[in-house]
Design a protein around this ligand. Structure first.
Ligand code: R5P
Length: 291
């Protein structure tokens, strides 16, 4: 088995190769004078080839890079191509919100399916959309690895894990079950026509160490709003944790300026706050899917 990694997948690829006891081969990347991308892989591949590439920002370029790298693997001898795309771009456009719009994520899933025999991703925004892939696909969770990290880092502290909205409750529950602590999510309560209060649904956070956990931090707006609400309720030290650290529009600076002590992220997207690797669950999925 060979693990082929692009520059957006090389750190995870290296860890994955170690887990699988496979050879890691970096993809050679270049551009034509007009700006189009070109990749090169070893010309005599065989057997199972695992392509590790994240569709992180700039998403459109990385979508094209995914497709041409998968094509290169297949055209150069791979008998089976497993795409490991830990962050899938367009996953939030998973249905037609307005008439005339595309189901963008389905279009992306079909493009990947046309060029791979199987797909592995991590904490897909809406897990049910895995059905958009036309090939066997697995969505692995970073929860266990995040939970183990939090358990070690915050041992002995009065820790609580909170999802910034209801959609993040399940991830908060899974993470909390690993670090054996309480969890909750924030909900908005309308006090009057123009007054909204955000507070944890059930728990008291006063004086406690709070880790806010979400599938992704994009602009940071959700986390900043959540931090404001938690500080109003007397929360102790705040941490922002996520699987996918997109961190667009200066999000990291905004988060740290809004009172978060630190950002805790995984290696699904190259980022400076990566502290947790998803390589163990991804390796397990590769072993399950490879023929
Ligand atoms: C939303 O449903 C997602 O789970 C995240 O909460 C959201 O995408 C984060 O975006 P931002 O950081 O821009 O608030």
């Amino acid at each position: 088995m060979i693990v082929l990694a692009t520059s957006e997948g090389v750190k995870l690829g290296r860890r994955l190769a170690e887990e699988l006891d496979a050879e890691l081969v970096p993809v050679e990347e270049d551009r034509f004078p007009d700006g189009e991308q070109i990749v090169r892989v070893p010309p005599e591949l065989d057997g199972t080839v695992v392509v590790v590439h994240s569709m992180s920002p700039p998403q459109d370029e990385n979508l094209v890079k995914a497709i041409i790298t998968l094509d290169a693997a297949r055209e150069n001898g791979a008998e089976e191509v497993i795409a490991v795309v830990p962050y899938m771009a367009y996953s939030r456009q998973d249905r037609r919100f307005e008439p005339g719009e595309p189901v963008s994520f389905r279009a992306v899933a079909r493009a990947v399916s046309a060029n791979a025999d199987a797909l592995i991703t991590v904490d897909l925004h809406e897990p049910d959309t895995l059905e958009y892939f036309d090939v066997p696909a697995e969505n692995v969770s970073a929860a266990e690895e995040l939970g183990k990290y939090l358990a070690e880092r915050f041992e002995g502290e009065d820790l609580v894990v909170i999802g910034p909205d209801e959609g993040a409750r399940e991830l908060a529950r899974e993470v909390a079950s690993i670090c054996k602590t309480e969890y909750d999510h924030l909900e908005k309560k309308r006090l009057s026509g123009d007054e909204v209060e955000i507070h944890p649904k059930e728990l008291d956070v006063e004086g406690r160490t709070v880790v806010l956990v979400d599938d992704m931090i994009d602009t940071g707006g959700t986390m900043v709003e959540a931090a404001r609400a938690l500080r109003d309720q007397g929360a102790g030290t705040l941490y922002a944790a996520c699987t996918h650290a997109l961190l667009t529009r200066n999000a990291a600076t905004r988060l740290l300026a809004s009172g978060f002590e630190d950002i805790i992220a995984t290696d699904t997207i190259p980022n400076p706050f990566e502290k947790v690797s998803v390589a163990p669950p991804v390796a397990e999925a590769v072993e399950n899917l490879s023929g």
